[in-house]
Design a protein around this ligand. Sequence first.
Ligand code: NAD
Ligand code: WQD
Length: 358
Amino acid sequence: MKNKILVTGGAGYIGSHTCIALHEAGYDIVVYDNLSNSSREAINRVSTLIGQPISFIKGDIRDTESLKQVFSTHNFFGVIHFAGLKAVGESVAKPLLYYNNNVSGTINLLEVMAAHNVKNLVFSSSATVYGDPDTLPIDETAPRSCTNPYGQSKLAVEHILEDLAVSDDEWNLIALRYFNPVGAHPSGQVGEDPNDIPNNLMPYISQVAVGKLDKLSIFGNDYSTVDGTGVRDFIHVTDLAQGHVAALSYLEQARSPEKNNIDKTSVNKKGSVGFLPINLGTGKGTSVLELLQVFTEVTGKPIPYQFVDRRAGDIASCYASADKAKTLLGWQANLSITDMCQDTWRWQSMSPDGYAIT
Ligand code: NAD
Ligand code: WQD
């Protein structure tokens, strides 16, 4: 058995897939989640898939006493920190909720980690920290700016992690900047289960395909892109999950760089990496219409759509330079847009109501 890892937000979309990948890689995991945007059923299904119960604690990252108890009970190597709220529109309406949950919650977690001398963290950051990029593909040195409270909360946490790394050179703080995660576990048992009408493109398309929604509204067809619709770097959630395993493995190997084969340019004399931002994307851009076409081809489901005005705050194009992840972590995305559509559809058609138990 490898090291023990605390997975905050492990019942959520990306967290549940990462729990499977961590288990397959031999890690011992403890999930900590307040279930504010997820369901216990996700954990049940992950347990069934991996063939053993998952250690699950229902708790909030803002609850210091609860976190202290968890860290006193378990000897963690590190934390993968998914817990956070992620709806851009809601963050504009409820900024205090987002700053409290995402920023105060993370500070609380870091304080408890420090008190227990657990100084390895993999944080869920986002391509949203790049705002409207000047150049494409976007590499990790690109300027950062955000226009909504959700993005600001991610950027604020990145700044906190940077300051923390400067203050104490024993911290290892990897910020994984995800591009657009889509898809589902190939079993069709685990996937994305939005509470309300989806904000994001892929779950919206799949709910139209399964008959829960009438038609897709495409937000703008006058962008300066291949066909006028927005271009994004869609990445399969199981590739993303593997990126977390690679990040953890990197931190473990950094501890004794002379014995390992990793790129050591980011590692200090103490074997720490400080604050290390890394993009997780495919490096390829796909337009809304291109994604729709592949989805229709692989599922045989026509998706009615209409063009409407641009959505406030949207940008034309966003895709990653994935070079740093490849060089440092030895990780790259392997799955195609076809895989993303097939796996989304398998999940959506097998569980049209998500994790709701009827
Ligand atoms: P998700 O909502 O499915 O998962 C987040 C989980 O965190 C949920 O299970 C929720 O119940 C839990 N949670 C929220 N606040 C909590 C708190 N205070 N205490 C304990 N648990 C709490 O979202 P996801 O898509 O899996 O995203 C995971 C992380 O990745 C988030 O931090 C998100 O901001 C970030 N991210 C997501 C995307 C994306 O498009 N899905 C892109 C970039 C970054
Ligand atoms: C993709 C494209 C839309 C829905 C968001 C967050 C970002 C990150 C990932 C967390 C755009 C178009 C969408 C629809 C559409 N999350 N679209 N009709 O906006 O790139 O990123 O999720 O960190 O912070 O902002 O993803 O899936 O919402 O949109 O035409 O009903 O699809 O305009 O071009 P986005 P998305």
